[in-house]
Design a protein. Structure first.
Lengths: 626, 264
């Protein structure tokens, strides 16, 4: 590989610095900027002053950790970008935090990097975040990885010891299909092999870090690939209609015939329009352009313009290699919007093929993807999705999942169409285009599920029905699902075995979820005696599940015995009755506990109503859960 | 495509995303070099038009040359100009250092305009290389109903997919120049012939490198009297662009406090 010569008029090369917390990322960057004369006047004095103020010697990381909280707590909260020049070549150094929610912040910095420096502590070797970071580099398609083995002074600069760590790190990268471009033993603190060759490792003949950075290849041109022009918007200015978009790859010329979207409408590029430039007859990858079409068809945002003979893949089911950014796990059946360039598709997770075990980077079958986890999953859309499989160094297949609140919850590089197995039921749940926010605006409150659990006779249904009445009068769209009503219809095939009771809970939770998604407040009144069943309900419902413990002691309930069930159970006429010969596991930390043993019904109802109102009205989301 | 072409194409993409997704939308026009570049980029994106209002949040303390420039180019560029004024300094947080307290007036003036016009999107010309806390910004930076910047919980932003408002009362600060460096701005001004107030060019050995309120902005030592000379100066300088902006230097956290409260 030859050194790349470029001038400062060229684009800056983004380099992301990753690695386990405390392996020395920030020190490395500080040292690198200092040794290559890239710091502004007075910056070093400023750092020394900030360090002194906190009783530290000189803390290079303060160069990047510009926020007060970062300096006070010694952690990087969010990624930052620093321009950096090496000879005639410009770089942008992206520093990604190794701490909390690092994945979310790391991906923000790293996604468009050309190369990565993976910092590994010579003594500790690869650790959990080393593996996570390497995994993410692999998933987002960064293939040029420089491993910087830091703190080799702690190995006495010993060749054999350094090479042993090199073998283990290479083994880790190999499992991910990555290969280190260079492996640089260094001491960031002392500057060994950063910008100048270390005299303490005469055995090392490879490049220093700056030499390795100079050899990072410049990106290959995407102009020679097949055309992909996703429509960003359509404008009507004056008497002309402009189709605007950025060419993701390939080249388009005036006079070309293109095909538009899954409708396959053909049209001719009549002109490429611009302001304050010479007229264009062609445009290529990376350019944001506006074209006029002949005939004057009106494409939609998200429609892909391509040449007739080089169409993209088209499928309604796609496989993706997911990196999951939400703080709650992902499960089969969840619905999202898949954003792909400017297109957006309603999709449902139809299967989770395998989940990555981060301890040894092996793939295993799994039923959910943990927070900040990695997995291979299948997404189903109601319509066909046009895409090209994800390929490093191109914008192809860069899927991103957003939830109904339009929050970005995961990256989903599309790796190919998924087959529908023979005999498999083809389920294509459709996702709503009405957002949660829209529903809230119309109804004036959030959708939420309040799960009332308690012994038979504790007053769950009485409470739920009275609260329903009061809430409805107050303008809340509310409904009640109670055990007997469910068992009279939806669940009349179920008995009272433990398996049937679990199924009863599952069905109640699924119905509650549908109603909640439609924006309703749902009061579920169900004995649901087992903690594991209520946990199942919480998982099915997800956000907006509140457990309410309707608490009356067994003696009181048995005394009330409104349905004569306790008497029947005592007489042995029914078996497995909760509280008599089946357990009731009381909630340990309910969102609300309503005591119904003594005291007035009115008080209990008022308590529940006020809790529900506080929880579903705007801003009332934050009631503390103990 | 050279570097400036790439920056231009990316900014045009961002402006078009903002115009498509955020309504109502407005662009802040502070009359400085960066915001003139931004207006220019909007004209590139929308074929010679700026299809949303530009806002000048007027502290009343800008240089006279800037007001003259505003009146002239509002007409020449056919801009829909919205003017907003700022509350007096006495109403600002007294615990802020004096220059930062003065700058906080602009935050309050901006907040009032966002409320008044119920804006979902505000386009602002900040750049990452100007200041450490700006280096941590997103291209689409969500602000809650209080307009506060929640640094600890910024949304992920990658592969050109940006945040949209997901709660009532939220708005998005859109930053199309985030990846531009100071020298890119000047090279682009030179390439495109974008007009500027002449305070940026040296007279009697001094010029303004960054323009804020007249009372808290000072000129820097310079003999750069033409675009080419300014660019040559920037190619070798190692002083910070905002060295003449008093509020950045009063205390370590003054600028961060301003930004968290909604300053640009």
């Amino acid at each position: 590989m030859s050194d790349t010569i470029s001038s400062s008029q060229d684009a800056a090369t983004p380099i992301v610095i990753v690695g386990h917390v405390d392996h020395g990322k920030s020190t490395l960057i500080g040292r690198l900027l200092h040794d290559t004369d890239n710091l502004q006047d007075g910056k070093v004095a400023q750092i020394i002053e900030s360090s002194k103020k906190r009783g530290l010697k000189i803390e290079w990381s303060f160069l990047l950790d510009s926020l007060q909280i970062e300096r006070d707590q010694g952690v990087t909260v969010d990624s930052t970008r620093i321009p950096f020049r090496l000879g005639a070549r410009e770089y942008v150094i992206v520093d990604a935090p190794g701490h909390r929610q690092f994945l979310r912040n790391m991906i923000t910095g790293a996604a468009d990097a050309e190369a990565a420096v993976l910092v590994v502590d010579a003594v500790e070797g690869a650790r959990e975040q080393t593996r996570r970071h390497a995994m993410l580099l692999h998933l987002i398609g960064i293939r040029h990885v420089i491993v910087l083995l830091n703190k080799v002074d702690l190995l006495d600069f010993d060749q054999a010891k350094v090479e042993a760590v090199e073998v283990s790190v290479n083994e880790l990268l190999g499992k991910l299909g990555l290969e280190a471009a260079y492996f640089v033993p260094a001491s960031a603190r002392d500057g060994d092999n950063i910008a100048s060759r270390s005299e303490r490792m005469p055995w090392y003949s490879g490049p220093t870090l700056t030499e390795a950075l100079a050899r990072v290849p410049t990106p290959a041109s995407r102009s020679e690939l097949a055309l992909r022009l996703p429509v960003q918007d359509v404008y009507r200015f004056g008497d002309k209609r402009y189709v605007a978009g950025r060419i993701e790859r390939g080249r388009v010329r005036v006079g070309d015939t293109v095909v538009i979207g899954t409708q396959k409408t053909p049209a001719r590029i009549a002109s490429i329009e611009s302001w304050h430039t010479a007229p264009h007859v062609s445009a290529s990858a990376g350019q944001s352009i506006a074209v006029t079409l002949e005939p004057d068809v009106i494409p939609d945002r998200g429609d892909l313009l391509h040449h007739v003979d080089t169409p993209p893949t088209q499928a309604s089911r796609v496989r993706t290699r997911l990196f999951w950014l939400r703080q709650e796990p992902l499960r089969v059946g969840e619905s999202f919007r898949l954003r792909l360039a400017t297109a957006e598709h309603a999709v449902t997770v139809t299967s989770i093929e395998s989940v990555v075990n981060l301890d040894d980077l092996t793939m295993h079958p799994g039923t959910e993807v943990p927070p900040e986890g990695f997995a291979e999953i299948t997404l189903s859309a109601a319509e066909n999705v046009q895409f090209d499989a994800f390929a490093p160094g191109t914008p192809d297949g860069r899927g991103v999942l957003v939830d109904l609140q339009q929050r970005i919850v995961g990256g989903a590089p599309l790796i190919g169409p998924a087959d529908i197995a023979v005999g498999e039921k083809s389920i294509h749940p459709s996702a709503s285009v009405v957002t949660t926010q829209d529903r809230q605006r119309v109804k004036g409150h959030k959708g939420r599920v309040f799960w009332l659990t308690g012994l038979s006779g504790s007053g769950k249904s009485t409470l739920a029905r009275a609260a329903e009445n009061a809430l409805f009068s107050a303008g809340v769209d509310v409904s009640v699902l109670d055990g007997d009503t469910l068992r009279a219809g939806l669940c009349k095939d179920l008995g009272f075995t433990e398996a049937d009771r679990t199924e009863n809970v599952r069905r109640a939770a699924e119905v509650a979820r549908i109603l909640r998604d439609a924006g309703q407040v749902v009061l579920v009144a169900l004995i649901s005696p087992l903690r594991s069943d209520r946990e199942l309900a919480r998982q099915i419902i997800g956000d907006g599940f509140e457990e309410v413990f309707v608490d009356a002691d067994l003696g009181t309930c048995e005394q009330r015995d409104p349905k004569g069930l306790y008497a029947a159970a005592r007489a042995g006429k029914i078996n497995g009755f909760t509280g008599i010969d089946a357990p009731y596991e009381a909630p340990q930390a309910p969102a609300l506990r309503v005591a119904t043993g003594n005291g007035s019904v009115e008080n209990a109802v008022a308590q529940l109503v006020s809790f529900v109102e506080g929880s579903v009205r705007a801003g009332g989301n934050a009631r503390a859960r103990s | 495509m050279d570097h400036l072409d790439q920056l231009e194409a990316q900014s045009v993409f961002i402006l078009r995303e903002a115009y498509r997704k955020l309504k109502p939308l407005a662009m802040l026009w502070s009359l400085g070099k960066d915001s003139n570049v931004m207006v220019w980029l909007a004209k590139k994106a929308f074929l010679g038009r700026v299809p949303f209002p530009v806002m000048h949040v007027d502290t009343g303390k800008k240089f006279p040359e800037m007001y003259q420039f505003r009146d002239e180019y509002t007409k020449k560029w056919e801009l829909d100009l919205l003017l907003g004024d700022c509350p007096p300094v006495e109403e600002m947080d007294p615990s802020l250092p004096p220059a930062a307290r003065s700058a906080a007036r602009k935050t309050a003036g901006l907040a009032a305009m966002i409320e008044k016009h119920k804006l979902q999107g505000v386009i602002a010309g900040i750049r990452r290389d100007e200041q450490g806390t700006r280096a941590k910004e997103r291209v689409f930076s969500p602000r809650g109903a209080s307009h506060k910047w929640d640094i600890r919980n910024q949304p992920p932003e990658f592969w050109d997919q940006y945040a949209t408002p997901h709660e009532d009362g939220m708005h998005i600060r859109v930053h199309p120049l985030l990846s531009w460096r100071e020298i890119d701005i000047w090279r682009y001004i030179e390439r495109e012939g974008i007009p500027l107030v002449d305070l940026y060019f040296a007279k009697n050995g001094k010029r303004y490198r960054s323009l804020g309120d007249a009372d808290i902005t000072s000129p820097v030592e310079s003999n750069a009297a033409t675009l080419a000379e300014v660019i040559a100066e920037l190619e070798t300088t190692k002083t910070s662009e905002r060295s003449g902006r008093a509020m950045d230097h009063e205390s370590e956290d003054a600028f961060e406090r301003l930004r968290v409260a909604g300053y640009l």
